[in-house]
Design a protein around this ligand. Structure first.
Ligand code: C2E
Ligand code: CA
Ligand code: CA
Ligand code: CA
Length: 281
């Protein structure tokens, strides 16, 4: 049970164990949140490292809770993963993100559509029916499959092996892109990645922080980029905050950059109002 620490959830349930109580309460709150549309999706741009042009956006969920205000995902996703409710949240975010991206692209030149990256929890990705769910959302929203990118963590890919590879191949067949999220924080090796039908590697923010002062991080980032490029994969750096980090990443040949230096995650109307190149002068 996660009952200690900041921003935690606490309910009173009498004699039931705190964990059971928490699950019951959260399950109910999340169902309500979905019904009452309390979830909102914020979007953060990914920019072309060389030109600063916005190429895609990552969908990041927030819970606009009636009494708690905007709750960040780290405060409810771990529990939602335990209760299985993350599937409902992910499904809602996926749908919202596809429809919003169609709207964003309607306001951009036809020749420069942006793609959208959606985080998919391991329990959701491994579920039977995930593939047809993706197909259905694409059909209903009218988003071109090559503009949808699913972000999954290394753990997912390391586990299920054959089933997971089948799922990845099916997604690739219809043109949907797959990125490995938080790359470097798990145990997968780049040689293992070679066997997987994936498109992108997202370097975790912990490797980007102070890359201009931390030689170990710089060496890791350089190594990952070189090898990923040999495997035909694009590399995204997340959590880019400073000009110095940006410059180092460009020097290392990183393809796409994401972080507060360019924009924080923002609601749809603000995203539509962003300049086409970032950071804004
Ligand atoms: P993530 O996928 O690694 O997403 C990147 C996180 O880093 C986001 O936190 C983003 O706001 C933050 N970030 C971006 N740029 C910077 C920067 O320059 N500096 C710093 N300090 N932080 C930066 P956020 O939005 O709080 O999301 C946290 C995590 O929650 C995400 O990590 C992702 O694992 C998960 N998450 C978010 N939305 C969803 C969702 O719809 N479904 C699932 N399954 N997970 C989600
Ligand atoms: Ca992500
Ligand atoms: Ca991360
Ligand atoms: Ca993550």
């Amino acid at each position: 049970a996660k009952l200690q620490g900041r921003n935690t959830w606490q309910w009173y349930c009498g004699d039931i164990s705190p964990q059971t109580c928490e699950h019951i309460a959260l399950r109910r709150e999340i169902l309500e949140a979905i019904e009452d549309q309390q979830f909102v999706v914020y979007y953060q741009p990914l920019v072309d490292a060389r030109t600063g042009e916005v190429r895609s956006l990552e969908a990041l969920v927030r819970w606009n809770h009636p009494s708690r205000g905007i709750v960040p995902p780290n405060d409810f996703i771990p529990l939602a993963e335990q209760t299985g409710q993350i599937i409902n949240i992910d499904q809602w975010v996926l749908r919202q993100a596809c429809f919003d991206t169609v709207a964003i692209n309607a306001s951009r030149p036809v020749s420069q559509p942006v793609g959208v990256a959606v985080n998919i929890s391991p329990v959701h990705f491994r579920r039977v029916g995930f593939f047809s769910e993706v197909q259905q959302v694409l059909e209903e929203s009218g988003l071109a499959p090559y503009l949808l990118e699913l972000e999954v963590t290394e753990g997912v890919l390391m586990s299920g092996t054959e089933k997971v590879i089948e799922q990845l191949a099916a997604l690739r067949n219809i043109g949907v892109l797959v990125a490995i999220d938080d790359f470097g924080t798990g145990f997968s090796s780049l040689s293992y990645l070679r066997q997987l039908p994936i498109n992108k590697v997202k370097l975790d923010r912990s490797f980007i922080q102070n890359i201009d002062h931390n030689r170990d991080n710089a060496a890791i980032v350089q190594g990952v980029i070189t090898m990923a490029h040999h495997l035909g994969l694009q590399v995204v750096a997340e959590g880019v905050e400073t000009l110095a980090e940006q410059e180092d990443l460009i020097r290392h040949g990183c393809d796409l950059l994401q972080g507060f230096r360019f924009s924080r995650p923002i609601p749809l109307p603000q995203f539509i109002a962003l300049p086409t190149r970032l950071p804004a002068e």
